[in-house]
Design a protein around this ligand. Structure first.
Ligand code: MN
Length: 273
């Protein structure tokens, strides 16, 4: 009996050790005051699963220690899309065309990012996540491209078509981590933003731009373990597009992940009686 218990414990230890090979990828979520809920589009969840990570949704927190604790537990962080960034965070008055902002979400996401930077946990910023990264690290934004970008008119960055359809191209800087992942100098991407990076944060460099000059990706390697893109690769990754899953596989790899050897547990499927 004692021996059996020991082997059972050993089995648990082994499963635990193998499970650790699949990294936990935290995904920041949006907060809706109207229905008091936290949520994120399922595209992010599926993209992480398709890349071999374990998705963990992180709700907004009003406690910086709670933000630090959750980042301490996960192996990597995705800063997801959402509303405009509060312009006071980069020292500007609100432009007339500024969209809705959420101070508490910005603050919570900033705590997550700052802790990730401190602990050198890898980050992938997406859309608002890219903008918030730039602001948190000391950069600024165009509050509204159509009315503020110097090279107007801009392309359609707020696409009216499905997110699974690429709407404009971006040119990728060859000497970049993004190029190492994608191996392509031009990418066709989707676009759901009216804000964009203006002054790039210290320690970061621009690694992709749209044909109209709008900054579409920044990265902080080697100083910061951060890649941030203005488009939404998770739409394509959810569809199983191998080329785009690579962006998420890169995060999984940076998070220390290797191919999991964990077997599916032998658990009976729940039956409806
Ligand atoms: Mn765009």
């Amino acid at each position: 009996m004692k021996k059996a218990l020991c082997s059972l414990m050993l089995a648990f230890v082994c499963i635990g050790a193998m499970a650790q090979q699949k990294p936990l990828i935290g995904i920041s979520t949006g907060y809706s005051a109207s229905d008091n809920s936290a949520s994120v589009r399922f595209t992010y969840v599926d993209a992480v699963v398709n890349a071999g990570g374990i998705p963990v949704l992180i709700p907004l927190t009003r406690d910086s220690l709670a933000a630090a604790e959750v980042i301490n537990k996960v192996d990597g962080l995705i800063l997801s899309g959402g509303e405009d960034v509060y312009p006071f965070f980069y020292g500007e008055e609100p432009a007339g065309a500024l969209g809705g902002v959420n101070y508490e979400r910005d603050r919570s996401d900033m705590w997550l990012l700052q802790t990730a930077v401190k602990l050198n946990k890898p980050v992938l910023g997406i859309c608002r996540g890219e903008q918030l990264t730039n602001v948190t690290m000391g950069g600024t934004l165009y509050q509204d491209l159509p009315s503020q970008f110097p090279n107007r008119p801009v392309l359609q960055h707020g696409q009216r078509s499905s997110g699974t359809l690429p709407i404009h191209h971006v040119n990728v800087v060859k000497d970049s981590h993004l190029y190492e992942i994608m191996q392509q100098e031009q990418l066709a991407v989707n676009s759901f933003h009216h804000q964009a990076v203006k002054d790039v944060a210290p320690g970061f460099k621009v690694v992709a731009t749209a044909p109209d000059g709008v900054i579409e990706a920044i990265e902080g390697f080697p100083q910061y373990n951060i890649l941030a893109v203005q488009w939404h690769p998770e739409y394509f990754a959810q569809q199983g597009e191998a080329q785009w899953i690579k962006i998420f596989e890169d995060l999984v790899q940076r998070a220390g992940g290797v191919q999991s050897t964990l077997k599916k547990p032998n658990i009976k499927q729940p039956r409806i009686r």
